[in-house]
Design a protein around this ligand. Structure first.
Ligand code: 4AD
Ligand code: MG
Length: 434
């Protein structure tokens, strides 16, 4: 490293045109032609071309760079030049530097690798351009979500990971030994968000949730992150309005802050630009009619939509569609029902482009007797729900909320087919490493 030169990052190179700066990073790739090495240096913020000319650096450095393969770590100092042909628009004319570690046999090369091979090397795969872009968009989505709720006066209240009982059905529970007792990894923070809403008015939880999904689909992980707002004195319509505003805000923020990343992914941003209010809304009954008339659907009236049905519904519109009032029997015990008792006051938001459900939400049952009867009818362990029933004993009010699945949202916005690429270290039925 040249003494005295400013250390900067690839994303800030444009602020230093004409100056001598130092970049620290890894070789994304290198091509060498006679007296020139073209190093594409990756530093986490971006990739910049660095030109090492034999006459411009010490012989030792020229040799060292020439012997350094993909992912060798190095520090390069040189003058920043604006060059429209260089990726990113700037390049470094190297005058000094050092190879920290020369690597010859990096396992992930520019050639095609199978997904299983890459997933087994996820700790290295994260360095690839596409994964870098996806996870930076994920980061922007998280920031957008937190900002959205913060600006609207929601308080972030974290829900516990160890729980004594199920929230979303007993078939997907992960069991853990809790000092001789049985505990479960949380499937949803909702029940705790409800308690918190009675204490703080408007809250959201944002944390990892776990489901022992035995299905190997492109939409399911066993560990995923969920954002769950919950509001006191709110109903289903409030939930739909909030969800719609939140999605518009997220997409807007990604378009503003992550343009280069969307370009890396070759994401058609016109598909994101049209994500504007209002989103189409329809009932389960209306959606059922569409499916019944569709040749590819195996939809059975009264049952929940299958993944292919969601795909069909999701391709109908250029923006997310909100489907309400599912038959009460296919939905969770805590959902309030319509006046005739037949449907749940619930909403699923189905993202476009075949993505499927990204949000599930509802108005909650706020009547003590009704909720208790539901818990008993479903054979849920009442002793573990006494605290939850307390919320209906002491100052019960209409309230409602929803859960947004982070990974599916990232997948949709990035235009990535499978959720496994949207989590830094995805957990699936057949994978827990690395
Ligand atoms: O529809 P779900 O099951 O709703 C709940 O858990 C409610 N308790 C939320 C609430 O009202 N507070 O899950 C919500 C969302 C889904 O729409 C989906 O985006 C995501 O969580 N999700 C998954 N994402 C990845 N892998 C899985 N196995 C998922 N299961 C649900
Ligand atoms: Mg759901």
């Amino acid at each position: 490293m040249t003494a005295g030169s400013t250390v900067t990052t690839v994303e800030r190179l444009g602020e230093h045109v004409g100056q001598t700066v130092t970049l620290r990073g890894w070789i994304y790739n290198r091509t060498s032609k006679g007296k020139l090495h073209f190093v594409r240096l990756r530093d986490g913020t971006g990739i910049a071309q660095c030109v090492v000319f034999k006459g411009g650096v010490s012989e030792e450095l020229f040799e060292a760079v020439g012997a350094a393969g993909q992912e060798s770590s190095l520090v390069l100092t040189g003058e920043v030049k604006a060059d429209a042909r260089a990726p990113g628009g700037f390049e470094l004319g190297v005058s000094d530097g050092r190879v920290l570690q020369a690597v010859q046999d990096y396992p992930i090369t520019p050639k095609e690798h199978g997904t299983d091979f890459l997933l087994s090397r996820r700790h290295l795969w994260l360095r690839s351009k596409r994964q870098w872009a996806i996870l930076r968009i994920r980061d922007a989505i998280i920031t957008a979500i937190r900002g959205f709720f913060d600006e609207r006066g929601f308080v972030c209240i974290d829900s516990p990971i160890f729980t004594p009982a199920a929230c979303e059905g007993t078939s997907t529970l992960f069991e853990v030994d809790y000092f001789g007792d049985t505990a479960f990894l949380t499937q949803s923070g909702q029940l705790y968000a409800e308690a918190s809403a009675m204490a703080f008015g408007k809250v959201y939880t944002f944390g990892p949730t776990f489901r022992a999904e035995k299905s190997k689909t492109r939409r399911h992980l066993t560990e995923f992150w969920m954002i769950e707002p919950e509001m006191a004195f709110a109903d289903l319509a409030d939930v739909m309005d909030l969800a719609e505003d939140m999605i518009c805000h997220i997409v807007q923020q990604v378009l503003e802050r992550r343009k280069p990343e969307l370009e890396v992914l070759e994401r058609d941003s016109s598909k994101l630009e049209c994500i504007q209010k209002p989103f189409p809304r329809m009932t389960y009954a209306a959606a059922g009619e569409i499916l019944a008339a569709h040749p590819d659907s195996k939809f059975v009236a009264g049952e929940d939509f299958g993944a292919p049905d969601e795909t069909i519904l999701s391709e109908l519109h250029d923006r997310p569609v909100m489907i309400t009032n599912y038959p009460a029997e296919v939905k969770s015990f805590y959902m309030k029902r319509s006046e005739d008792g037949a449907t749940a006051l619930c909403v699923d938001m189905i993202a476009p482009e075949g993505v499927g459900e990204i949000i599930g939400g509802s108005q909650r049952e706020d009547d003590y007797e009704t909720l208790l009867a539901r818990i008993e009818a479903q054979d849920l362990p009442r002793e573990h729900f006494e605290w939850y029933l307390d919320l209906r004993r002491y100052g019960s009010v209409p309230h409602a909320g929803y859960g947004l699945g982070l990974e599916r949202t990232v997948g949709w916005i990035c235009g990535v087919e499978h959720v496994r690429e949207t989590s830094p270290f995805p957990r699936m039925m057949t994978r827990i490493e690395p």
